[in-house]
Each structure stands twice: as C-alpha cells, then as structure tokens.
Design a binder for this molecule. Structure first.
Ligand code: F6P
Ligand code: MG
Length: 305
C-alpha cells in the first residue's frame, strides 16, 4: 500500500491507494469535458516532434498539459509520464501514472471518436504489467464515457458536462459470443499468418468489421459487443505501433479484468517486458476464444475448429 505523507504541513496525513485512485478518476472525469470543449481550434499540428517522431496536434499538447498539472499536483502521485513527453516527470512520492492524453488524435479532423487513457502503477517507471493497480479510458464519442478497472472490476460511467460522473454499468464483462473485429496497420504490411487469421475471422458470417482508427473506440466496440481488436506486428514494424506503458498494459488490464484476454501474439500483454517508457508492442484484445485462436495462428498452428 503506497502512502503519501504531507510533511510540510503541521498536521500530517496519508492517502491509501484506493483514495489516490478515486482522485485520479475524479480528475479524469473533471478534465474530460474541458478536453472535449478545447478541441475546436486545436485541430492543427504543432511544429514539435514527440518522442515517437510524430508531430502532435495542438489538442494532444493541450490535453497533456491539463492532465500533467492536475495529476502531477495530486498527493500520492510520484511520477507523471505521457506519450507527449520524452521522460517521466518527478511529481513527488507515490503511484506512477502513464497517460495517453488524446488517443486516436488523427481522428480530430474527421471528427470521429478519440479517447484519453490512464495507467496507474504501484512502481517507478517504466513499470511492469503486474505493477498495475488501476487503468481507465475516457471515450469522446457521441457521449463522453469512462471505463475504469479497479480491484479487478470494470465499470462504465457517463461523464456530464460539469465533470460529474455516474455508473451506467457496474460490472462490465466482455460478451462471450463474439460479433465484431477491427485490425490496424496497412494490410500489405500484415504478416502472412496474421493475414490468414483475419481471412478466417472474415469467413465467419456472424462477424462484422468495426474499425474507426482510435484504439479506445475500437476496443470499446469489443468490450460492448464481444470480438477482437488488434494492432498487429507488421512486416516493417515487428513491435507494431502501440505503446506498452500507455496503451498495451492498461488496455490489456481492462480487458482481462472484464473477463476477456489480451496478447502480444504469444503471451498476455501484462507479461510483456518493457525497459523504456516508449517501448511498443503488438496488441490483441478480446473474447478469450478468439485471442487463443489468434495465438495459435501466429504460432503456425492450423485452426482446430
Ligand atoms: O495511439 C495510436 C493510434 O492513434 C491508436 O489509437 C490507433 O489504434 C492507431 O494509432 C491507428 O493507427 P493508424 O493510423 O496507423 O491506422
Ligand atoms: Mg494512443
């Protein structure tokens, strides 16, 4: 249990992990309408380059600064890292947070779904998947919602314009009957085994394509309807595109807490090794039977069904 002690005050106090996690969720919910309201006018690229070599949009930087200021000044947060910063900021002592401030921000111009992802680790960064104590994502869709995994349970909240939020589903579970699939990356760059797996999925008449280009939106389809999302290893990028600390671990954690499965192609995302905060990994999440089939296909095993 991480404790935060205010020694500058005459009266000392300490926060439990649960209290810190609740405060993080409060901040995510309070900040979400501000991020959303701040999007108009910030739909252009900056002249900067982020640690992944991409030019962030003004909205990415805006969301990152808001969250850095609020989460970084919360008692009980020791490190703040985001996709937009080359290294983690030291913000005191306590839990570490890794933030993807605006996941899917290439959807800004086309006005499609985007999100904010938060991973909370009880360890210094870069952390391991087993260090996660909570993870959440905000989805800026037709409504603003927040999925949060805390203590092994996943809940879905609606966030109102004033930053208040209330549960719409207390125990979210990945449906056992898969319905949807969505895979990122250019199809010509998909490895042969992955391509065969996708053909197999597409030959199943009960499966429908749902792909929107923002991981949180695509993952939320799978969480809602059952199925599989993947951003695979590519022939020209064997580690794929998504980041371990900001995307792979928290999304894997949320889906596993909801009874689904996650994989990097051969093992749970939570078992992936990561020595740098900007490491990448292939990401596959969804209904356990499909993730198992995917791992079999990538291992070169013929589909047993
Ligand atoms: O964070 C990276 C991201 O925006 C994800 O949300 C999304 O799944 C992926 O990139 C889409 O990548 P691409 O535009 O290469 O298909
Ligand atoms: Mg992202």
């Amino acid at each position: 249990m991480t404790e935060s002690t205010a020694d500058s005050e005459s009266e000392s106090f300490s926060l439990t992990d649960d209290e810190i996690i609740n405060s993080i969720l409060d901040i995510l919910a309070r900040t979400a309408p501000e991020i959303r309201n701040g999007l108009p006018g910030r739909r252009v690229k900056t002249n900067e380059e982020n640690p992944s070599g991409e030019s962030p949009m003004e909205a990415d930087v805006f969301a990152d600064e808001l969250l850095r200021n609020r989460l970084g000044s919360l008692d009980g947060i020791g490190e703040y890292a985001s996709e937009e910063r080359s290294s983690a900021d030291d913000t005191g002592s306590g839990l570490s947070v890794c933030i993807d401030p605006l996941d899917g921000s290439s959807n800004l111009k086309s006005n499609a779904a985007m999100g904010t992802i938060a991973a909370v680790y009880d360890a210094p960064l870069p952390a391991r998947g087993s260090d996660l104590v909570a993870a959440a994502y905000v989805l800026y869709g037709a409504t603003t919602t927040m999925i949060a995994a805390v203590e092994g349970n996943v809940a879905d909240y609606v966030i109102y314009q004033d930053g208040s939020y209330e549960p719409i589903e207390q125990e979210v579970r990945v449906p056992s009957e898969p319905t949807v699939y969505g895979f990122g990356g250019r199809v010509p760059n998909w490895p042969r085994d992955f391509n065969s797996f996708v053909s197999d999925i597409e030959s199943d008449t009960s499966m429908k394509l749902r792909y929107g280009g923002a991981m949180v939106g695509d993952v939320n389809q799978v969480l809602t309807y059952g199925g599989i999302f993947g951003y695979p290893a590519l022939t020209n990028a064997p580690s794929g595109k998504l980041r371990v600390q900001f995307e792979g671990y928290p999304i894997g954690y949320i889906i596993e807490c909801a009874g689904g499965a996650s994989s990097d192609g051969s093992q749970s995302l939570l078992a992936v090794e990561s020595n740098d905060i900007h490491d990448r990994t292939p990401v596959y999440v969804g209904t356990p039977s499909l993730v198992e089939r995917l791992e079999g296909a990538l291992a070169g095993k013929a589909d047993s069904e």
